[in-house]
Design a protein around this ligand. Structure first.
Ligand SMILES: Nc1ncnc2c1ncn2[C@@H]1O[C@H](COP(=O)(O)OP(=O)(O)O)[C@@H](O)[C@H]1O
Ligand SMILES: [Mg+2]
Length: 285
């Protein structure tokens, strides 16, 4: 017996998906100023130019999204993109992690958020990952890079790596948060204060580099967010390695365009937030 349950459903064809997605980022394609704010490839170029320490990456594939986003169709088995995807996902070098240009895997996020450590998760990148699928669907390019990055043995405070998120709006640093609100970072602590100063300096260098190059981070969500179309808006994440060096990890959308508020949850993003349970500390100087 055959089912006719799906008879009345017409799936968009690949060209239609392609055209629909591209229409969503037409202004990015047409502009010399706008660049894709959820592209690690883009941000690492600016980090290098700004002369700040960063976790390096190697681009190992560049895959067509119109194919990847239809991974659940029988035809995908014959698609050359599948071969490329398998070649890079099955050969992640030891001590490295794999990620999309726009995000890492849900498994890695979960492992880090719950304090289990990355181990297996850092070397997996599945197509049926719901978080990655959504982010890839919004990715304002026709193809997406796949990166290998050396795994940084981070400095830990309690259960989580020492990491920070810096919030930039209208060319200004408006806030810095402890990235992992699952546990607090100490106030009045020399080491933390040093990290915060470096986060500010490094992010300022990124802002200065963008200004000099006349570049503005952008993604389609910026259209609807309450953000000026002429300002620089983004978030930048930094990780402290086990040798005490703070390194730029990645950058992404502005807070008003979807970035997680970390310890600023439920509060305005302003000053330094080291714990979700305490008021942020205003910037000095
Ligand atoms: N190369 C790396 N070395 C050490 N930790 C990493 C590395 N890449 C990612 N992580 C950890 O995994 C988390 C999630 O990875 P990330 O690349 O930021 O993905 P996403 O863009 O999805 O947030 C980071 O916040 C960090 O704690
Ligand atoms: Mg991240």
């Amino acid at each position: 017996m055959t089912s006719n349950f799906f008879d009345n459903i017409t799936l968009p064809d690949p060209e239609e998906i392609f055209n629909k997605r591209s229409a969503g980022f037409a202004e990015l394609i047409a502009s010399d100023t706008l660049f894709n704010t959820i592209s690690l490839t883009e941000w690492l170029k600016f980090a290098a130019k700004a002369g700040i320490p960063y976790v390096p990456s190697r681009i190992v594939a560049n895959l067509a999204l119109s194919s990847l986003l239809r991974f659940d169709e029988p035809e995908f088995a014959e698609n050359p993109v599948l071969k490329e995807y398998l070649a890079v996902t099955q050969n992640v070098p030891e001590d490295h992690m794999i990620r999309w240009d726009c995000c890492s895997s849900l498994a890695l996020k979960l492992a880090m958020d719950t304090g289990q450590g990355a181990v297996e998760a850092m070397r997996t990148l599945y197509l049926d990952d719901p978080r990655a699928f959504d982010i890839l669907f919004e990715f304002p390019q026709e193809t997406v890079d796949v990166h290998y990055r050396p795994w940084v043995e981070a400095a830990y405070t309690g259960t989580h790596p020492v990491e920070y998120r810096v919030y930039v709006e209208d060319d200004e640093i408006i806030g810095i948060s402890n990235y992992y609100p699952q546990r607090d970072l100490p106030v009045n602590n020399k080491a933390v204060e040093k990290d915060i100063t470096l986060c500010r300096n490094y992010t300022q260098k990124l802002i200065d580099t963008l200004k000099k190059d006349n570049k503005l981070p952008w993604m389609p969500r910026y259209r609807d967010a309450e953000l000026s179309s002429t300002g620089i808006h983004f978030t930048a994440d930094f990780i402290l390695d086990g040798f005490g060096q703070l390194q730029f990890l990645e950058a992404g959308p502005a807070w008003k365009a979807g970035a997680h508020p970390c310890c600023f949850e439920g509060k305005p993003v302003s000053g330094v937030a080291l714990s979700k349970n305490n008021d942020p500390i205003p910037f000095t100087g």
